[in-house]
Structures are given as C-alpha cells and as structure tokens.
Write a protein that binds this ligand. Sequence first.
Ligand SMILES: Nc1ncnc2c1ncn2[C@@H]1O[C@H](COP(=O)(O)OP(=O)(O)OP(=O)(O)O)[C@@H](O)[C@H]1O
Length: 294
Amino acid sequence: MIRINELTKRFPGGKGIFDLTLEVNRGEVFGYLGPNGAGKSTTIRHLMGFMRQDEGKAEIGGMDCWSESDKIQKITGYLPGEIAMFEGLNGIGFLDLMAGLHGQKDDRRDELLERLELDPRVPIRKMSKGMKQKLAIVAAFMHDPEILILDEPTSGLDPLMQRVFVELILEEKKRGKTIFMSSHLFQEIERTADRVGIIREGRLIAVRSVQELLNEQRKAFVVTLGSKSDIDRLIQTGLRVVRRGETTVEIEVQGDLNPLIRSLSDVDVRHLEHKEMDLEEVFMHYYEQREAKE
Ligand SMILES: Nc1ncnc2c1ncn2[C@@H]1O[C@H](COP(=O)(O)OP(=O)(O)OP(=O)(O)O)[C@@H](O)[C@H]1O
C-alpha cells in the first residue's frame, strides 16, 4: 500500500533522509520509530507530497506521492507533527474548514468528538496543547479514510486519552485500515503496530515485527532484597547483574524469564519492578548487532 524506494532528501549540514526503502502492506499498522531529529517527519512530509525528494520514489496505492499528492490526500487522513491552526476559529469552524478543503465527508465527526471528550465550541486560541491534538485527530479520522498517516499522534495527550487513542487505532486496524504512525517511544506503538521501522540519523536501521522486537529486547528488573546476603546469593546464581546498590540489584534478562523467577524464589524479595527499556537502549542493541556484523 505504501512503498518507499531509495528515498533521499538532503538538507544542509548533512541532515535529511538517506536511501530509505520500506513497504507497508494494506491493513497493516506500521510504527515508525526514532529519536528527535531522526527524519520521521521528513519521511511523512514526502508521503503527503509536501516535500519533493532528491532521489528515489514514494508511492501510496500505486500513486506517486509527489505528482499525485492531491489524489493521495483524498484517501488519506493526516495528523501533522506540529499543528498549526487558525487561532481565530473555534473547533467547529476548523473542522468545517478541513472538511470543505478536501471536499470530504465528515460522518464520524460527532462520534470522535464524543470519544475524545472534546468540546468543539471552544475557540482554538483558548485550547490547550492536548485539546488541539484531539481536534487534529478528529480532523484526520472524521472522513473515515482508507490510510492514516500520523506523526507522533499521542504527543500532548494524557494517559487516559492515550488509551482511548490506542483503542481507536485497534478498531481502525480491525476495519482494514492501513496506518503509518511515527513515535519516539516504543511503548507507545508496541500495543498497536504489526511491524516497526527504526530510523536514526536519516537512515533506516531495522525493520522488525513487534513480536520479534519484544523477543529480542532485553528486559530489566530492579529487585529490592531483604539483606546483603540475599544480594550475594542472587548474584551467584549467574543472572546478568547490570547494577548493584545497597539493597537493590538490577538484572537484565533476554528471552526466558524462568531462571530469574526460580532464583528469586530462594531469596527474600521485598520489591520487584519491571524497568521499561527506553528507545536508546533498543537502539544500542541494534547498533551493537550492526557493528558486530561489520
Ligand atoms: N526543511 C528543512 N530544512 C533543513 N533541515 C531540515 C528541514 N526539515 C528537517 N530538517 C532537519 O532534518 C532532520 C530531521 O528532521 P525531522 O523533523 O524529519 O525529524 P523527526 O524524526 O520528525 O524528529 P522530531 O520528533 O523532532 O520531529 C533534523 O535535523 C531537522 O533539523
């Protein structure tokens, strides 16, 4: 459905995106993951036809993202990373404008406003960042597009609304929509995406299924123990200890959790905490793998 082939855009100072090749299948949710400045928005701007590549090609549904962007925009719901809105309008005015702009239906408008708990009568200049984000989500989804291209969709949403958003994505996925969604947090897309592409410094460093990524990922646990001898005992079991404190040890596990659980049953565990691996750590994992291969 989305096909990016050797796409390159060079900005001054060596920035940009370089030789990107990836495909997103019809009905797939694809997470596009990378730290700030990696090139996620630049890629998305090419998909939407807002920017012209130096080399390569991007297509959606067989249409060229640059020369046929008007057609693509009709079948696509787009959520920009940085939302510029007309401060003089209220939510209703903005949504009317967006519907009129593309000559599109807006059948789902009321349902979405209700789900996201957004009052569209509020003037945009009085809206918080989160409210503007909700309004932009309504604008992207209200015409029930076949393809959704979402640039950091949950930024500015509180945890409750992030959950509502995840449910919305899962429903759209069930309805067969193709979704391309960027983020700088793995946790944010692990619940919805089928596959993930990892981009860093403008280059795609890995494309994996979420399941593969979860299996490959090392999990970290911080264990608080009753005594120093418990700590010593736990360390002797051969687990991978990455940090040791007065009463705590941080243990890393890749794959099977059972050895950890067995070892813990022999000591006095006061507290056990699963530490989320952040994206940097996931990236480091890939860098290590890549460097080892080279
Ligand atoms: N029009 C432009 N002219 C020059 N440099 C640009 C332009 N657009 C983006 N860049 C640079 O290209 C790099 C990639 O930017 P991009 O916005 O695509 O990153 P991103 O992955 O979306 O990050 P963020 O999450 O911070 O938006 C950045 O270093 C940015 O400063």
